[in-house]
Each structure stands twice: as C-alpha cells, then as structure tokens.
Write a protein of this length. Structure first.
Length: 296
C-alpha cells in the first residue's frame, strides 16, 4: 500500500487528469463544428480584387495569398490566365515562368496540360475583338457552361464528356470556365467518400484512428488522450485495490463514456468530411457560373 502522502499526490494527479479530460472533450466538440472550406463569397471577393489590379505582381501576390488558404487549387492559374488575356498582357501570358507559382501536384492533370491551355488562350488572343466573338456566340457558349455545371451537380459523367467533346468554346472567357469544369469533373470522378462505419470501427479498435481516417488528425489527438488517461487511472486503481477500488469504477465509467463518444464522433467526422468536400466542390462549380456573370 502506498503511503498517505503518495496517495494524496496520486489524487491530485488524477484530479488534473479528470479536469483535462473534460476540457479536451469540450474542445473536441468545438473543433467538430469547424468546417475548413472556402466559401463562394470569399472566392467572389478574390475575383473582385483580382479585377481591380493593374500590375501583374499584384495578381501574383493575390494568388499566393489565397493559395495559403486552399492548396492545389487549379482555378488560380486559370483566373490569372483570363485576367492577363483581358488586359491584353500578351508578353506576360507567354512567360511560362509565371505558371510556377501554382502547385500542379493535386490538379488532376499535368502542368504540361495547363501550359497547353495557356497556348490555346494565346492563340485566341488576337480574336477577342473579331466578329467570331459576337454576342450570340457568347450566349451559346455560356449556356453550354451552365449545362456542364448542371451535369457535374447531377454527377452525369457520360453526359458531361459528350457535351465537353462535342465542341470547344472559342470565346476566351468561356474557354477558361470550360477547362476549369473539366478539371473539376476529373476530381469528382476520382473522389472517394469516407465510410462512417469504417471510421467508427477503427476508433473502436484504437481510439482516434477513425478520425485520422476521416481526415481530422487534430480531433484524433483530442479523442485519444481522454480515453487513455481515464483508462490508465482505472487500471491504476485496479492494480492497488483490485475490484474494491473506487477509481476503477469512476474512471472506468468516464473512460467508457469518452470511448463511446469517440466511436460516434469518428462516424460523424467522416460524415462532416464528406459534406465539406461536397460544399467545396459545389462552390468551385458555382464560381465558374459567377465568373461568367461577372465578366458579361
């Protein structure tokens, strides 16, 4: 049996563990409400700022600033291309070094493909004011962009490919949106949703692993620590007093509550992650429609 002084120290440590566990529990709940998505309004604000810039350096600065919020966002490069095209900065459009400010590792296409699209934009540069870019053609191609966006919302990949391959937009701005929607379609077609059952099962085996699977590593830490801390206290009570230990039942009960909430929270985390991805993808699609409204 440990001395009374030692027991007093253990009680203090256990109290700290318990208070910390409850604090982490409430922090975990608060974290669960945070959605790490970029809103459509933020993208609208970015486009508005971009339209007001007069220097290429400012455009690149804005792209870098927003790239810190959204990683691997292909729309940055396409927006910059369209802005350079509208301002008739032909020399800057040719300079492929400007394209290195975007990381293409997660775009769903190669940087060569993006450069080829830039060359296509350059080829259309001289036809901006030609009779081919008349209002009825712009209206027709804007309608095509809206149809493509509708196909993405409905996940009709075959219909999207048929519409995309039928003809290509000749209007420079519509061509940018057309290519951006194609990249978005590639991402959506390869997207794998998180399974709620699997997330809960993983957390049942090892607390917190389900939230790592669901794409919430920070929440995994908040979930793991209270479970382990309380079960450790229960095990300590059993070690000294076996089944007569009140710590075994108290901390065991608290640890079980955290353990059960961890399993449920992991399943909810998987659901939230799927919702976040859906919102982000829908914002990207809606943003292309907004760009056409903004330009015309």
């Amino acid at each position: 049996m440990p001395s009374k002084k030692t027991q007093l120290k253990l009680y203090k440590i256990q109290t700290v563990y318990l208070v910390t566990s409850f604090i982490l529990f409430f922090v975990m709940i608060g974290k669960a409400q945070i959605f790490d998505t970029i809103s459509l309004q933020q993208k609208k604000n970015f486009l508005s700022e971009l339209m007001e810039q007069k220097q290429l350096d400012d455009v690149i600065y804005l792209a870098r600033k927003l790239n810190n919020q959204i990683q691997n966002e292909s729309l940055f490069l396409l927006q910059i291309q369209s802005q350079l095209l509208l301002r008739k900065e032909k020399e800057a459009l040719v300079d492929l070094q400007n394209f290195n400010i975007i990381d293409s590792s997660g775009l769903g296409c190669t940087k060569v493909m993006l450069k080829n699209h830039a060359y296509l934009m350059l080829g259309l540069y001289d036809s901006i004011n030609e009779p081919s870019c008349i209002k009825h053609l712009q209206h027709k191609e804007q309608w095509k962009i809206q149809l493509m966006a509708a196909m993405l919302f409905q996940k009709k990949w075959d219909d999207f490919d048929l519409l995309f391959n039928n003809s290509k937009c000749s209007d420079p701005i519509c061509s940018v949106s057309e290519f951006a929607l194609y990249i978005q379609k590639q991402k959506l077609a390869q997207l794998k949703t998180k399974k709620r059952f699997l997330a809960g099962l993983l957390s049942a085996i090892i607390p917190g692993t389900g939230k790592i699977y669901a794409g919430k590593p920070r929440e995994a830490f908040y979930s793991f620590l209270p479970v382990v801390a309380n079960f450790a206290q229960a095990a300590e009570g059993y070690y000294y007093k076996k089944l007569d230990s009140p710590h075994l039942y108290f901390f065991g009960t608290v640890g079980t509550v955290f353990y059960a909430s961890n399993i449920y929270g992991s399943a909810k985390a998987a659901k939230r992650k799927n919702e976040e991805i859906k919102i982000r993808n829908n914002n990207n699609i809606e943003f292309e429609i907004y760009k056409l409204i903004k330009y015309y």
